[in-house]
Design a protein around this ligand. Structure first.
Ligand code: FAD
Ligand code: EPU
Length: 278
């Protein structure tokens, strides 16, 4: 186990956030020790906005036995494994089930917690069993017990996803790659700048990005944080943005549109009052 004070800006895709004590756990014993005080779990940091002051809780990262997987994708897959790694393997093996998650830069655990996905499929669809650590021990659940909906799960309080068994069906390399190409095409309009993916959930039957677009908010900039010109639901870090600036953009959108935030927000963030430009 490693324990270090680290800037979370370096561990999140949006590149924002102050320091925390990061506990990198490799075994069940490590996990038991790390969870003896208040904690949060970090996956790949791709859906997180962390306060500029960081967070006081321990931040747990999964490594060692929680990042193991078999090249044939049979058996248990560690929650610390990256989805893009599994996607590549499933395409090579001609196994279908993960294609809808192409382009989601998550760890398995973060993808389960958020029920990450696209309109081509979501994480819950690809799960046979989920192993969770909570209340001092490991428990195995069927996905139907975990309240999965659009970008939502109901894991027992304090749960850490430790491993999953995937539900994949034999197909061909060509068919799997063709479906991945379809998802890739649907993502073409998404910006490459630093972000945490879509900032808001889609309201039923509509797209938050489209609503932000027609409201004329694209291009709004607060400090170094900007509503992408490419896709209205991506709030991007132009380099050196603060959490306060990113959060001020969220409030700016919510002043006009009643959208629910998709990002997980860690710590207290007061919106920046920097001048707005477009
Ligand atoms: P983190 O961001 O690290 O954490 C997110 C939440 O999950 C936190 O509450 C955290 O505590 C919890 N968590 C993480 N690991 C565990 C664990 N092992 N056990 C319990 N809880 C855990 N999302 C989509 O759904 N669809 C998309 O198409 C999509 N596209 C994206 C594109 C880009 C460029 C980016 C940057 C993000 C995108 N996202 C998308 C958002 C993001 O990838 C997902 O929400 C993803 O599920 C987050 O996973 P993570 O491992 O990065 O989790
Ligand atoms: N649109 C606009 N202007 C914009 C953005 C979108 O008019 O600025 C229009 C598009 O032209 C399209 C419609 O809105 O007609 C839907 O857009 P898109 O296909 O980009 O899908 P989305 O609903 O905006 C969702 C997910 C993404 C996922 C894509 C691909 C949510 C909140 N977003 O976006 O997920 O990658 O579909 O399937 O569900 C995420 O959750 O972080 C995320 C990136």
């Amino acid at each position: 186990m490693k324990i270090a004070r680290l800037p979370l800006a370096k561990l999140t895709t949006i590149g924002v956030g102050g320091e925390a004590e990061v506990w990198t756990v490799e075994t069940l014993d490590d996990l038991k020790t790390a969870t003896q005080a208040p904690y949060r779990v970090l996956g790949n940091g791709s859906n997180l906005l962390v306060s500029d002051a960081g967070v006081p809780e321990r931040v747990i990262r999964l490594a060692g036995e929680f990042a193991e997987w078999r090249p044939d994708l049979a058996g248990w897959v560690g929650a610390g494994v990256l989805l893009p790694t599994l996607l590549q393997a499933s395409a090579r093996l001609g196994l279908s089930g993960l294609e809808g998650l192409h382009g989601v830069p998550a760890q398995v655990g973060g993808a389960v917690k958020m029920n990450a996905g696209t309109r081509f499929g979501e994480m819950a669809d690809a799960l046979e069993l989920v192993e969770l650590y909570h209340d001092g021990g490991l428990q195995v659940y069927h996905p139907s017990e975990l309240g999965f909906r659009y970008r939502h799960s109901e894991l027992p309080q304090g749960s850490i996803v430790t491993r999953v068994k995937l539900r994949l069906t034999p197909s061909t390399q060509e068919a799997v790659r063709a479906k991945i190409a379809l998802v890739d095409a649907a993502r073409k309009g998404q910006p490459k700048k630093k972000s945490a993916g879509c900032a808001f959930k889609n309201p039923p039957g509509d797209s938050a990005g489209r609503l932000i677009d027609v409201s004329g908010l694209k291009g709004t900039t607060i400090g170094r944080a900007m509503i992408s010109l490419e896709h209205g639901n991506f709030l991007v870090n132009l380099g050196g943005a603060t959490a306060a600036e990113m959060y001020a953009l969220i409030r700016k959108v919510q002043a006009v549109l009643p959208l629910e935030v998709e990002w997980d927000i860690w710590g207290e963030i007061a919106p920046a009052e920097t001048e707005v430009s477009r």
